[in-house]
Design a protein around this ligand. Structure first.
Ligand SMILES: C[S@@+](CC[C@H](N)C(=O)[O-])C[C@H]1O[C@@H](n2cnc3c(N)ncnc32)[C@H](O)[C@@H]1O
Length: 282
């Protein structure tokens, strides 16, 4: 058959990011909620706190989204000034002040003014990733830490398979176009190497897990959250979702559950080496 032209969705397009994908936190919350069914569970803000041994100073959360990390850091470390920054003014409306609408590659803060910078599941949306990391380095104090998170390329591979099967059935071919993937541009597989050109030391904390669901809905809500990038993906989005739901229900009826393998991780990036970080441990 002659299919529609397929092109990679531009997951860095600012108009889509601010006007649709993150205009509010609806889609983000749908993606976040799938992790409720993951084992082991990871308290990501708790892990950030664990690796952030500071009580005073300024923390910039770049791409703060709906403020999961901002809220937790403020409540558990009241001595810190935690500023949420995001390219989308809409999603910032869900976070209490201080927040600033800004692009990760052009932070409106002075040199060496932050003790820590976070970019959790954000860099893969940034057009020039190295410029954004260089910007974090510019604003960090000597001895400061940059913490980023992302997923590996093989993260949630079962969803790739499910989507390709559903899309294939909609199009009448063996396998349809692959699922929209956000983290591929800054995948955990090669992110450490990339960050090493900016920092004195980079450590990876791997967060492997398995999501188990007994009904299709949490998975379908997750897949539906990619709708903002669904134009030009070469397959009708709603028809593929409907088919994916049917396939999932069939697998759950047959196996009693559907499992998804997760491979996320956190990257701890130090501006100075460990043996020279006395100033930072305050
Ligand atoms: C996947 S969400 C992550 C939100 C939050 N950090 C979390 O982990 O829950 C990505 C966030 O990055 C923001 N973002 C995307 N591109 C950005 C950019 N160039 N500069 C600043 N924020 C950006 C989006 O608006 C969105 O809120």
């Amino acid at each position: 058959m002659c299919g529609a032209a397929v092109s990679e969705p531009d997951t860095t397009d600012t108009t889509i990011l601010t006007g649709s994908a993150y205009r509010d936190d609806r889609h983000l919350a749908a993606r976040q909620s799938l992790y409720r069914w993951q084992q082991p569970t990871y308290d990501l803000p708790g892990l950030v706190l664990e690796h952030l041994p500071i009580r005073t100073g300024t923390v910039l959360d770049v791409g703060c989204g709906n403020g999961t990390y901002v809220t937790r850091l403020r409540s558990q470390r009241p001595g810190l000034t935690v500023v949420g920054l995001d390219i989308s003014p809409g999603i910032l409306a869900t976070v209490s002040a201080p927040v600033v609408a800004a692009d990760a590659a052009r932070l409106p803060v002075g040199d060496h003014s932050a003790t820590a910078v976070l970019a959790m599941h954000t860099l893969y949306h940034v057009d020039n990733i190295d410029a954004a990391v260089a910007e974090a380095v510019r604003v960090l104090e000597p001895g400061g830490i940059f913490i980023a998170s992302t997923n590996a390329r093989e993260d949630k591979a079962e969803l790739d398979d499910l989507w390709a099967r559903a899309a294939g059935e909609v199009l009448g071919v063996d396998r349809g176009p692959r699922r929209i993937s956000l983290s591929t541009r800054f995948a955990l597989n090669d992110a450490p190497q990339r960050l090493r050109s900016h920092f004195a030391a980079v450590e990876t904390v791997e967060l492997p897990g398995t999501i188990t669901v007994h009904e299709p809905e949490p998975v379908i809500a997750h897949l539906a959250s990619y709708r903002s990038w669904a134009e030009n993906i070469g397959v009708p989005f709603d028809a593929t979702l409907t088919r994916a739901r049917d396939l999932l229900q069939h697998m759950i009826d047959r196996d009693g559950r559907f499992q998804i393998t997760c491979r996320g991780g956190i990257l701890l990036c130090h501006t100075t080496r460990h043996d020279d970080k006395a100033r930072y441990d305050r």
